[in-house]
Design a protein around this ligand. Structure first.
Ligand SMILES: [Zn+2]
Length: 409
């Protein structure tokens, strides 16, 4: 199948390409040029000057935890463990347990998709996520090795940091672990511990790093390990987040992640806003919108070792696209101020997954079936059966629950 976008502003690694035509063939970008070609493809979408970005990548989420409201009775916490205990003894967790894992995975997938995320790193053991990979409307990245965290009270995910890290190096995979998510001695020493185990390198993806000191930052930079920053979750649970200015100044590859909505943001747009608000308040200057754009596109693609396929609008890459209304002149500012209402279209693997109801013909022409749905007050078309999912959630809970990350109606 071949189709084309015309009259768009394409946000490429070289900058914004005006009056861009993007052609898609067999799920990949086959050409990218300025101007409208004379030979018209049978399926053509005129974007009327709207911005096209690569599909966003959410570098840290736990899809099984896609539920609300947040839990945090005893905030601020010393580390993640008492939060996890509060979570698991909470009324909202008991309610969440009435849903099947598949329902939570689908809610999490739609939560990501409607905010322009086409790929998500769902940090959880593989046997948990495996049954839902093919059913998910969003791409759940499955090629990684993991630990839960680096401390004596870590959850028993994976076969231990050294074995998992060796597997990552051998298979060219990311090794993903939470780190320094708290302020006790073990959290403060976690990076030194991981370094002494020989598990720091380009394959390492460190999530949080709240207690990193100057020496830790130097070590991460020197070993070329990657960091995932989740400011909303960190500020909610601990009232603190990683020393991000120093981390960026050290040249570390930083990506943004939402974490689950039970501690973090409701979607990547809220995470972007939280990151910029924190930065402005803490350091008295703006976090450059172009850096933020990289934190949700090419930086996570590099960290998660999928950069050959994802993270940039380039010929040969997978056709994962996000179209936002061009309300502002600047593409990066537009992304930084976007919300659910700004999303015009989301394409994954060369096929539309979500978009304005006015694009329904395009869904039909590409053979994608979905449902008409009102999201954040606007008429949309969403692939799969999102309304059936919500009906099944209502049946399981016994009432119609309001879920802010999937605001239908
Ligand atoms: Zn997490």
């Amino acid at each position: 199948m071949e189709w084309e976008i015309v009259n768009s502003k394409a946000v490429t690694p070289q900058g914004v390409l005006e009056n861009a035509t993007i052609r898609i063939k067999d799920g990949r970008i086959s050409s990218l040029s300025s101007g409208i070609p004379k030979d018209v493809l049978p399926i053509r979408i005129n974007l009327r000057g709207n911005f096209v970005y690569p599909g966003l990548i959410n570098a840290h989420d736990h899809l099984l935890g896609t539920y609300l409201p947040k839990v945090g009775t005893n905030r601020p916490y010393l580390n993640w463990l008492p939060w996890d205990n509060d979570l698991k003894s909470s009324v909202v967790y008991a309610e969440r347990q009435q849903l099947e894992p598949e329902q939570l995975y689908l809610l999490g997938s739609y939560k990501n998709l409607i905010s322009g995320v086409t790929s998500v790193l769902d940090h959880i053991p593989h046997f948990v996520q495996k049954p839902f990979l093919d059913k998910s409307p969003v791409r759940i990245l499955e090629r990684f090795t993991l630990a839960h965290s680096i401390c004596s009270y870590s959850l028993g995910w994976g076969d231990g940091p050294q074995i998992e890290y060796a597997r990552a190096k051998e298979g060219n995979l990311p090794f993903v672990t939470h780190i320094s998510e708290g302020f006790d001695e073990e959290s403060k020493n976690a990076l030194r511990e991981l370094n002494s185990l020989g598990c720091l390198g380009e394959n390492t993806v460190l999530v949080h790093g709240i207690a990193f000191d100057a020496e830790d930052i130097k070590t991460v930079s020197k070993t070329k390990a990657n960091l995932v920053w989740c400011p909303e979750s960190n500020l909610f649970m601990f009232g603190k987040t990683a020393p991000i200015r120093e981390i960026l100044e050290a040249g570390i590859n930083v990506s943004l992640g939402t974490d689950s909505p039970m501690s973090g943001s409701i979607n990547i747009f809220q995470e972007i806003r939280a990151a910029r608000e924190f930065f402005a308040k803490e350091y008295g200057k703006e976090l450059d919108p172009k850096i933020v754009f990289k934190m949700v596109t090419e930086n996570p693609a590099k960290a998660l070792r999928v950069e050959n396929d994802l993270g940039k609008l380039e010929i040969g890459k997978k056709a994962d696209l996000l179209v936002l209304s061009s309300e502002k002149e600047d593409a990066y500012q537009t992304l930084c101020t976007a919300d659910l209402k700004s999303v015009r279209l989301v394409v994954k693997d060369g096929k539309p997954s979500y978009g304005d109801l006015s694009l329904k013909d395009f869904f039909d022409e590409t053979g994608v079936t979905g449902r008409e749905i009102k999201i954040a007050g606007t008429d949309k078309y969403l692939a799969g059966d999102p309304l059936g999912l919500l009906e099944s959630v209502t049946r399981a809970l016994g009432y119609k629950k309001d879920l802010a990350f999937f605001p239908v109606g």
